[in-house]
Design a binder for this molecule. Sequence first.
Ligand SMILES: Cc1cc2nc3c(=O)[nH]c(=O)nc-3n(C[C@H](O)[C@H](O)[C@H](O)COP(=O)(O)OP(=O)(O)OC[C@H]3O[C@@H](n4cnc5c(N)ncnc54)[C@H](O)[C@@H]3O)c2cc1C
Length: 289
Amino acid sequence: MYDIAIIGGGPAGLTAAIYARRAGKKTLLLEATACGGQMNNTGKVSNYPALEDITGPQLAQSMQKQAEDLGAEIAYDRIVRIEPGFKLVGEEDEYLAKAVIIATGTEPRKLGLDGEDRLAGISYCATCDGGFYKDKVVAVYGGGNSAVHEALYLSGVAQKVYLIHRREELRAAGDVVEKLRSNQKVEMLLGTNVTKLLGDKKLTGIELSSGKSVELDGLFVAIGREPKCDFCSDLATDGEGFIVADESCTTSIPGIFVAGDVRTKELRQIVTASADGAAAAEAAIKYLA
Ligand SMILES: Cc1cc2nc3c(=O)[nH]c(=O)nc-3n(C[C@H](O)[C@H](O)[C@H](O)COP(=O)(O)OP(=O)(O)OC[C@H]3O[C@@H](n4cnc5c(N)ncnc54)[C@H](O)[C@@H]3O)c2cc1C
């Protein structure tokens, strides 16, 4: 029986593990894939205090090492259910804990179009998959900061980049939009939606609500992120599925706490996820006492 089980090994979960272990609690962190979460998909992180020149994966490794050096146990398993008590049911095994911290983060929002899960050539992360599109034709769909950053990144690799957005104006900050507008490789298609994905096994193009078809080697979808927690239906959530909690990181169920991007909050960043990890661990420690 663990004192505290943490689900998710991003910055929120890893920081919670550090705080829980420093308080001497028997701590298990459960991670579905690789520790680091979204930090693993980030190049340079320029806004984490005191670390001016660090990449996301370096920051992730450093947080994981600190948690493990302090004695946190890490198990690689995807949790599918939490039963009262608490019993955490994973795809591989089951785990018992007196308190639980959910730190499962977010995942990219999908287009919801036929073929999206089947066709090769559709991605949600330019820094992860952009390298496959050297000298190819790609499109980014979205109009916020991440879409514009993805398009700028891809313009350094691909032969041509379309930026497609359903509104006439991009939502991204003015300076990056200017950079994009002056980029010769980028063509903007504004005021139009992607309505159809073309191709059999591999994406060959898209159809737009404007009636235009575009031939493509790759499509990068950047229309925001949504909470990743299939097993959280017993907890109070907002209309979008984020677990309702304030900075105390307490949920509607005593003994279950929440940290990071998966909870209701204004700013989803590494530093705020880490702050939540600390607060959630402290709340769990008080609950155990
Ligand atoms: C491309 C990109 C660039 C970014 N750049 C920056 C930046 O420069 N600066 C900044 O501050 N922020 C940046 N962010 C945002 C930042 O990375 C996130 O706010 C932060 O990682 C959220 O941390 P988290 O721990 O809440 O969740 P996540 O990082 O999403 O981690 C959640 C973890 O939980 C695991 N998990 C999910 N479900 C389960 C389950 N059922 N069982 C077990 N494990 C599970 C996942 O595998 C994942 O490892 C960026 C994000 C992206 C995508």
